[in-house]
Design a protein around this ligand. Structure first.
Ligand code: NAD
Ligand code: WQD
Length: 345
């Protein structure tokens, strides 16, 4: 039985593709809108290979109101939206702030303006632990203060959260769920889909897997003089399939009217802080591959340590991050090996 039709913006991207798989497995029809600015259409084939079902795909820009209206008209009965589409490179956002403000804010405005016209019941928004900056209390929960953003990218997440809250409080007839992801990593266990960064990776895991593959000479560990047990930064690394499953639960809850509040916020993390050096050891243990790395100076703008208090998502959504770190790292490596076999990387 089909549960309903969900519009997944950015569904050809890393988290969106994994979420599309889980939505389809759970009985939803999925309509993807992606402009392929940071992905490619082969991902749709990967989703089909995993689920034996091809999501409907529109190559459109979410900021294009005319094109988006056509999607809603054509698809008729979209009941919910998961809005992943955004530009996400922190460093680039410092260089090109207008691109980030335009892309990340306009797309949300466009969708939220169209929702009432087409009777869409709710929107799930991809936010980030970046809104907490360096939290005063760890693990950080959803009541922690929002800290001044360290980049235009981070600022777009804060502004988008405010746009959602203000709009919901103005009395619109739909619901919203804000999901604050910690550090998503890994790939689908089939290795049919995974993370495919453009150019030199800025994030730790793709840098590690590309170094292990010999594409990069060595990993630079940014700082070993932080106030942490081994001196390297601490993060909460969350498996991307676990993360995707949380979206399905959030959509179920939003559409079946179970949520008590019209707008809800959830941290999605494991609750476990892992340092960069611990992560390198875990990767080597999980894959048997030795990693070349050196310690270098701190990276500007890095937070020293942050990990989630995921109790609200555990208790209210009934969701837990189930995958073990070692298995997640093994899945990232399997994906990298598959990319090599396919001649992509
Ligand atoms: P991604 O770049 O892999 O996926 C985003 C997708 O959106 C891409 O396929 C891109 O082509 C598409 N896109 C961008 N702008 C668009 C537009 N205007 N119209 C249509 N499509 C557009 O990124 P991801 O890692 O999957 O991230 C998904 C969401 O989660 C983003 O909003 C990101 O900010 C957020 N997030 C990501 C992380 C992370 O570490 N990956 C952490 C926290 C939050
Ligand atoms: C993780 C750790 C680095 C690369 C970013 C965004 C954040 C969110 C997730 C979207 C840090 C260290 C990294 C390397 C290293 N995205 N590192 N060598 O910085 O936690 O968060 O992605 O919302 O907004 O800022 O993730 O993967 O870049 O870094 O030592 O080559 O790995 O210093 O401690 P980060 P990351």
């Amino acid at each position: 039985m089909v549960k309903g039709k969900i519009l997944v913006t950015g569904g050809a991207g890393y988290i969106g593709s994994h979420t599309t798989v889980e939505l389809q497995n759970a009985g939803y029809d999925v309509v993807i809108v992606d402009n392929l600015s940071n992905s490619n259409a082969d991902v749709i084939d990967g989703i089909e290979r995993i689920t034996a079902k091809r999501p409907t795909f529109y190559k459109n820009d979410c900021n294009d109101r005319v094109a988006m209206r056509k999607v809603f008209e054509q698809e008729k009965d979209i009941c919910g939206i998961i809005h992943f589409a955004a530009s996400k490179a922190v460093g680039e956002s410092v260089q090109k702030p207008l691109l980030y403000y335009r892309n990340n804010i306009d797309s949300l405005l466009t969708l939220m303006e169209l929702m009432p016209e087409f009777g869409v019941k709710g929107i799930v928004f991809s936010s980030s632990c970046t809104v907490y900056g360096q939290p005063d209390i760890l693990p950080v929960d959803e009541t922690a203060p929002i800290k001044p953003a360290l980049s235009p990218y981070g600022n777009t997440k804060q502004i988008n959260e405010e746009i959602i809250k203000d709009t919901i409080h103005s009395g619109v007839d739909y619901k919203a769920v804000i999901l604050r992801y910690f550090n998503p990593i890994g790939a689908h266990p089939s290795a049919e889909i995974g993370e495919l960064p453009n150019g030199v990776p800025q994030n730790l895991i793709p840098y590690i897997t590309q170094t292990a593959m010999g594409i990069r000479k060595e990993l630079s560990v940014f700082g070993d003089d932080y106030n942490t047990p081994d001196g390297s930064c601490i993060r909460d690394y969350i498996n991307v399939v676990d993360l995707a499953k949380a979206h399905v639960i959030a959509v179920d809850r939003m559409l079946t009217g179970k949520s008590e509040e019209q707008v809800e916020v959830f941290n999605l993390g494991t609750g476990r802080g892992v340092s960069v050096l611990e992560l390198i050891n875990a990767f080597e243990a999980a894959t048997g591959v030795k990693l070349n790395y050196k310690i270098v100076g701190r990276r500007e703008g890095d937070i020293e340590k942050v990990w989630a208090n995921p109790e609200k998502a555990n208790n209210v959504l009934g969701w837990v991050a189930a995958e073990k770190l070692e298995d997640t790292l093994a899945s990232a490596w399997k994906w990298q090996v598959k990319l090599r076999e396919r001649g992509i990387m």
